[in-house]
Design a protein around this ligand. Structure first.
Ligand code: SF4
Length: 254
């Protein structure tokens, strides 16, 4: 083998080794967390690539592991379709949580259906009603929650750790097994394990959220550029991961 070919071969092997190490690390973190906390541990799934990967891993560790999802009332049809496919493949039972109808009714009657576009406060109000309040109910009684957060996703997520205490949510333990994964790792895992995924990714989406607040991204754009694209990068959280709102008061956002 010529030196150049050998170099390329080694580079490819190192990348593959790095991927396998990330898979093993995520599996180990999940196993230890589930062994320690089950049944008081749950995965928050939005049916993103990250969550599909985690649901597959979790289902192989404990088929009765807890997974919840929040139906904000504004999800894409593709998200519901993906949820059903992943449910069928993994066999996991998905606990759905909904916003309190009286809060949604009041919001829509007083401010209309797109108030979140008018100001950051209005956007936080909608996220609080549709996401944060149901999340707090979903986490009630839980000692730990698993997330698909990754370090490369956002400027607000640079300080993430694999395991941390989530002070914003009653100090429960927060587990982030995919911390070091990149998009290629996610796609490779999904492909190798023949998992379903949201067809939104095939339409150019690089992040999954509510339909009116998420758009497809252009090549070269940051993966989360399609979330709340009318806001600054530092503001792009919904309150679910409020502790990364540097410098802000968690009680306001959550
Ligand atoms: S992402 Fe948009 S529609 Fe969904 S809860 Fe937040 S503001 Fe409301």
């Amino acid at each position: 083998m010529a030196d150049t070919e050998k170099g390329e071969h080694m580079a490819g092997k190192n990348k593959s080794d790095a991927y396998l190490a990330k898979v093993a690390k995520a599996d180990q973190i999940l196993r230890e967390a589930i062994e320690k906390f089950h049944p008081a541990i749950t995965l928050a799934s939005s049916f993103s690539l990250e969550d599909v990967v985690l649901m597959d891993m979790i289902s192989k560790i404990r088929p009765d592991a807890r997974v919840f999802a929040i139906d904000t009332g504004r999800l894409n049809e593709e998200t519901y379709q993906c949820a059903e496919l992943v449910r069928a493949v993994t066999g996991l039972k998905i606990e759905w949580f909904f916003p309190r109808f009286e809060d949604v009714q009041k919001l829509e009657q007083e401010k209309g259906l797109f108030s979140f576009r008018n100001s950051l406060d209005n956007r936080h109000e909608c996220c609080n009603i549709r996401k944060v309040e149901p999340l707090l109910r979903a986490l009630k009684g839980q000692k730990a929650w698993i997330t698909g957060l990754r370090r490369e996703q956002n400027v607000t997520r640079e300080d993430l750790k694999y395991v941390e205490i989530d002070d914003a949510h009653r100090s429960i333990t927060k587990i982030n097994p995919l911390l070091e994964w990149d998009e290629k790792d996610l796609k490779r895992y999904v492909e190798e394990n023949k998992l379903p995924y949201s067809s939104l990714y095939d339409k150019g989406y690089t992040s999954i959220g509510c339909a009116p607040c998420t758009r497809a991204t252009e090549p070269g754009e940051h993966p989360r550029a399609g979330r709340w694209w009318w806001e600054n990068a530092e503001q792009k959280e919904c309150g679910l991961h409020v502790d990364y709102f540097k410098g802000n008061d968690a009680s306001v956002k959550a």
